[in-house]
Ligand binder design. Structure first.
Ligand SMILES: Nc1ncnc2c1ncn2[C@@H]1O[C@H](COP(=O)(O)OP(=O)(O)OP(=O)(O)O)[C@@H](O)[C@H]1O
Length: 238
């Protein structure tokens, strides 16, 4: 079943073509979304979430653009950057407000706090949270609606080694539950351990879409395949 579908997706910011005629379909499992700095990953994910309007093309989840999903948080959970929290609020309050706004049961708050390992710190103000704790709170927010699709932009940012190991397990669990998980990352060693398939973009153009195993078929590591597929624009201004 295809959950996420992108067709001819293009975004120009003035003279910069951030995303250039991308097309792909994604279903259950973990997809690593890879590309050098400025390759167009975040712009693509933001278009999927209805936060950036495409110049042309479509990005849909469950057959509809995000803005047209009747109960979007139950369909798609997103982690874009872990900085959008009011510092004076506790983690629990943040999630309670979000649950209320989305018409979700308040009990989901404690469930997701537990899932991301923040139960003991749920009553603390977010201003006292470390970067890794904010990242966990962002993941809790993404999981709040128990969505089938998760879109996570660099979820490993700020996590310590134990946090990275925890994230790996969480991502595999989510995939095991039949969810579609899209994870942008620069940490190729993590992606190699976690992803079922990868998308590689460079200069807004899709360079590879397929199973991870296909990339490493010729004895290539993910890193060497990535460097080969993204070599073309090296030295260009980003
Ligand atoms: N709001 C904007 N206005 C102008 N240019 C933008 C805007 N957002 C992104 N860009 C440009 O679009 C291109 C793609 O950026 P994007 O953030 O999508 O890349 P990325 O692959 O997520 O990069 P990174 O790995 O560094 O996060 C870059 O050249 C960037 O400067």
């Amino acid at each position: 079943m295809t959950e996420v579908s992108v067709r001819g997706l293009t975004k120009r910011f003035g003279a910069v073509t951030a995303v250039d005629d991308l097309s792909f379909d994604l279903g259950p499992g973990v997809t690593g979304f890879l590309g050098p700095n400025g390759a167009g990953k975040t712009t693509t994910l933001r278009m999927l979430l209805g936060l950036v309007r495409p110049t042309s093309g479509t990005a849909t989840v469950d057959g509809r653009p995000y803005a047209e999903l009747p109960r979007p948080r139950r369909v798609v959970g997103a982690l874009l950057e872990a900085s959008g929290f009011h510092p004076g609020r506790t983690a629990r309050d943040h999630l309670l407000i979000q649950a209320q706004l989305a018409g979700l049961p308040a009990a989901r708050t404690d469930a997701v706090l537990d899932e991301v390992g923040l139960s003991a710190d749920a009553g603390r103000r977010v201003s006292g949270y470390s970067l890794g704790m904010r990242q966990r709170l962002g993941l809790a927010s993404a999981l709040l609606g128990d969505p089938d699709v998760l879109i996570l932009d660099e979820p490993g940012n700020g996590l310590d080694p134990a946090g990275m190991a925890w994230l790996r397990t969480l991502l595999r669990q989510l995939a095991g539950q039949g969810r579609t998980v899209v994870v942008s990352s620069h940490i190729l060693a993590e992606v190699a351990q976690t992803a079922d398939r990868v998308l590689i973009v460079n200069g807004g153009v899709l360079r590879f879409a397929g199973p991870l195993a296909e990339l490493s078929a010729g004895g290539d590591t993910l890193e060497s395949a990535f460097l080969r597929l993204t070599a073309e624009l090296e030295g260009s201004s980003r």
